[in-house]
Design a protein around this ligand. Sequence first.
Ligand SMILES: [Zn+2]
Length: 320
Amino acid sequence: MRLLNNCPICDSEKLKRLKQYIFREQNIINYLSTLSLQSMSNESLMIKNEFKFYINHCQRCGFIFLNPRFSEEDYKIIFKTEVINKKIDVEQYFVRAIRGYKLISKYFRHKLPYKPKILDYGGASGYLLYPFLKKYDCYLMDYKKYALPKGTRYLGRNTDDLNGKLKFNVIFSIRVLEHVNDPKKVIKDLILNLYENGIIYVQVPLGCLNEWKSLDTPFRHINFFSEESIYNLFKVSGLNIIYLKTAFQISKNAPGWKLDIIGIKTPKNKEKKKIKYISTNQQRKRVFYYIPLIFRKKTLNPQNIKKKFKNILKKLKILN
Ligand SMILES: [Zn+2]
């Protein structure tokens, strides 16, 4: 665990503190390497069982992130002890998988019988690869090894297990970068394993809105992206951005605002048309984004209101 003085995306020192957290979880001690525990107490981020964390906002690139950051050594412990539900309900992720397939097919076109190589980075059981199985050679990386769809090859835990020998035409990473310690390293490493004119598609939550305001653990999401910061992440890593959008996604397990971005690996002088982005500060203040979130709250959920109304009528003996 290390307290950063510079932004992990653009390296700027201009970091504004938006919030301070004190976490008391015993878990934290169990999860940290001895080296991390030592450095935390040196930086007075740890007093007894209490751990101090900050939410930083980089004034240059707009990135909002949790600080200090877990080290790779910590992650080895964290992910070893984490229990992963092995039974995956494919139907539950069907809409998400089709959505990803449509978007990738629009921005990466190929002719049969040529079979491009596609990598799902952080893909768990590979449910997002189902629509690609026929037309693509499918590969997957994740910290845990699941039983994968037939024909999908498992390549290891993270980018350290890739050596640049195997190259891909398409790499996608859905809801992964909000968890990782060094998102710039991940994107740069993935680019090394991408063919010229290959694309990288990433989806993350719009974390800059309000997610960082109410964390109950430092283990879940540590990066809170906006259009501005995800754009800058792709840009500083060396990708040309060809698609960027904020959209509300309805899904059973995690509805909410998501950012979708696609970058292409092309020589720098071959830059395509410039994609516009909304700044972190603008996105944070858009009242409009909060409207669908109201309905996620249990009390204001239409079904719950209906139930409550029925109960009132019952009590009033209008309804039996
Ligand atoms: Zn920055």
